[in-house]
Design a protein. Structure first.
Length: 65
């Protein structure tokens, strides 16, 4: 499944996190946003989420928030 970041055209309406920085695909989504000159993007509608293995290995925990 391909990651699909979504351009955010307006300011955020809540304090809820809208990017999944712990995703294995986050780097690709960030590259997409930068190449497209987006000022902001969201991961909310992406179905390609895959939790970063590195974070789990370093922290030894399933959740680091």
């Amino acid at each position: 499944m391909e990651p699909c970041p979504v351009l955010m055209k307006r300011g955020r309406e809540s304090d809820r996190p809208y990017r999944k920085v712990d995703c294995d695909n986050y780097r690709d989504c960030l590259d997409t946003a930068l190449k497209s000159r987006w000022s902001d993007f969201s991961c909310d509608k992406c179905k390609a989420y895959s939790r970063t293995k590195f974070i789990e290995q370093v922290t030894g925990k399933n959740d680091y928030w």
